[in-house]
Design a protein around this ligand. Structure first.
Ligand code: BGC
Length: 422
């Protein structure tokens, strides 16, 4: 006799998006943009810096060899997803996924100012069609931190007059590829990009000025608003949003300074930007990774559990972020990123389960959550950390490029199928 299927303790809307997220530069391989140029110039020094910047990491002894090798910091072939995307889409289909977030690499579409690369456009046309053929809803990100070299050299988003180039790129994408698109994510984590690239000096172009950071930050809000308006003029089918990295900030005690710090952090990292784009959001993308507990003006999280990147992990707190954002902006929310650097797959299943429980609680409390896209489908190039952090549901061997789903991925696939009744 067949065992009766165990009842799930939660229900999700039938049209809920279940899937994974990626970005072009992190997986495609052989990109030529401001990042790939920067990697070649900085690989050696990043490898050197790791010797004093990364030694505090929980698994330093194991990752030392890779982290101190300049090759780790060059995206190169990466996972070769550009050529192997069909194989990767097959895996998603086997996992029961019905949505996929990825970015269209601007530097491929417009390698020189005003010059459109037909082959690249055809590539993404096929890409979208192959997703549709597998009943996977594409979510297209237009800017996930990489820029064509000519655009970066012209000052990138630091110059307000450059925004029209980005709008023109969006226009081209809509005109050429729009028929297979519905969900458009204009910009990924504008505040993280502005801060790391222009204030913290960690990413290209290594800026270290608050003023420059603010300019980029505001220009990205303008860029979003303009592209969102263009999208709405182009097609009524398009649903436009952006992905915002939002943490759960909370006071660890009742002191006035503590409460003020937590509230200011929430305002400065989330509302300052979102207030400028809120009129042009059909949905809001939440990238959730962090919880920050404040004592006075300092963040002091519990010591454990931490991921391979040393990030404190509190997956269930996504509930509070969803509730806070929905209360403030009242637009549907899609979790456009959420995941954990976990090479040995020790925490991923636990992380996903508690995230899903948190999302479900938010849904029960009336929040319109429309999807969950796990970061990431594949192990990938983790920006200034290079290739050692492993966020993938699927492990990628960078030498053979062989894909192997991690155990947690198979478990997640089972859960998705059960929830979707497949
Ligand atoms: C970014 C991804 C990145 C992930 C993990 C997000 O902030 O959008 O590109 O890989 O975090 O660090």
């Amino acid at each position: 006799m067949r065992e009766p299927k165990k009842q799930l303790p939660f229900k999700f809307p039938s049209r809920f998006l279940w899937g994974a997220a990626t970005s072009a530069h992190q997986i495609e391989g052989d990109t030529h943009n401001q990042w790939s140029v920067w990697e070649l110039e900085n690989a050696k020094s990043l490898a050197k810096q790791a010797e004093y910047k990364q030694t505090w990491l929980p698994r330093w002894d194991e990752l030392k060899e890779q982290a101190t090798d300049p090759d780790n910091y060059i995206s190169g072939k990466s996972t070769d997803h550009y050529n192997r995307f069909e194989q990767d889409f097959d895996l998603m289909q086997q996992f029961g996924m019905n949505a996929f977030r990825f970015s269209i690499e601007w530097s491929r579409i417009e390698p020189e100012e005003g010059v459109w690369n037909i082959e690249a456009i055809e590539h993404y046309r096929k890409y979208l069609k192959e997703l549709r053929a597998r009943d996977i809803e594409p979510m297209v990100t237009l800017m996930h931190w990489t820029l064509p070299v000519w655009f970066a050299e012209a000052g990138g988003f630091e110059k307000r007059r450059n925004i029209h180039y980005f709008v023109r790129f969006a226009e081209k994408v809509f005109a050429e590829l729009g028929t297979d698109m519905r969900y458009i994510c204009t910009i990924n984590e504008p505040e993280v990009y502005a801060f790391e690239s222009y204030v913290n000096g960690n990413w290209p172009p290594n800026g270290s000025s608050k003023w420059r950071g603010l300019k980029v930050y505001y220009n990205l809000a303008v860029a979003h608003n303009r592209v969102a308006k263009l999208a709405h003029q182009t097609s009524r089918r398009f649903r436009v949003g952006l992905s915002k990295n939002c943490a759960h900030h909370y006071p660890g005690d009742d002191a006035r300074l503590t409460r003020a710090s937590s509230a200011i952090a929430t305002w400065a990292s989330d509302y300052l930007f979102l207030n400028r784009v809120k009129r042009n959001l059909d949905w809001l993308g939440l990238n959730y990774y962090f919880t920050n507990r404040y004592y006075g003006y300092r963040i002091h999280n519990p010591e454990t559990p931490v991921s391979d990147l040393g990030w404190y992990m509190a997956p269930g707190d996504i509930q509070f972020v969803l509730e806070r954002l929905y209360q403030k902006y009242g637009v549907p929310i899609i979790v456009t990123e959420n995941g954990v650097a976990d090479k040995d797959d020790q925490h991923r299943k636990w992380w996903i389960l508690h995230t899903i429980i948190g999302i479900n609680k938010a849904l029960q409390n009336g929040v319109a959550v429309e999807g969950y896209l796990h970061w990431s489908l594949l192990d990938n190039f983790e920006w200034a950390y290079g290739k050692w952090p492993n966020f993938g549901l699927i492990h990628v061997d960078y030498k053979t490029l062989k894909r192997t789903p991690r155990k947690s991925a198979l478990w997640f696939a089972g859960l998705i199928k059960q929830i979707r009744g497949l």
